[in-house]
Design a protein. Structure first.
Length: 154
């Protein structure tokens, strides 16, 4: 009996990683945090923006509008990561963006936690959340406040 050595197409893509959801007004038919996560999972499974948007009850056009909104950089990065090939199949790994960020932008990032959709057997099983520790450390370095600070009184 022959075994199928082909793996599902989604195993050739990256699982959705941690991202900062786009803050929007709360609407029943809008792009909620859960719907953004479900979209990334469907994008991971299908590889198609149209199919992923349809699966979460949204249109392809609204998905692209969401991607280009202000503050959507993290979501757009997660989207690109899901559709990119694993590093061992890429000719060159993409470089991280180390541009300077203002303190106001860093403080705004601290207001929203990072989220990650949990994928189990090709479907979204839940959403993980965690604080953005790297941003917190950048703010601490910039302001010069932190544990062991000589100006801090204990």
């Amino acid at each position: 009996m022959a075994t199928n050595t082909r793996s599902p197409a989604h195993t050739l893509r990256h699982r959705p990683g941690w991202f900062r959801p786009i803050p929007l007004r709360s609407r029943r038919d809008g792009w909620s945090e859960g719907r953004q996560c479900a979209f990334l999972v469907q994008l991971y499974v299908t590889g198609s923006v149209t199919a992923a948007a349809r699966a979460v009850g949204m249109s392809r056009a609204s998905a692209y509008r969401l991607r280009t909104r202000g503050g959507a950089e993290s979501f757009a990065h997660a989207w690109d990561r899901v559709l990119s090939l694993p590093r061992w199949e890429r000719a060159e790994a993409p470089r991280e963006d180390f541009r300077k960020v203002t303190t106001a932008t860093l403080m705004a990032r601290l207001d929203r936690a990072l989220v990650q959709p949990v994928v189990y057997r090709g479907a979204m099983a839940g959403i993980r959340t965690k604080p953005d520790i790297s941003t917190l450390l950048r703010v601490a370095r910039r302001t010069g406040r932190g544990p062991g600070d000589p100006h801090e009184r204990g």
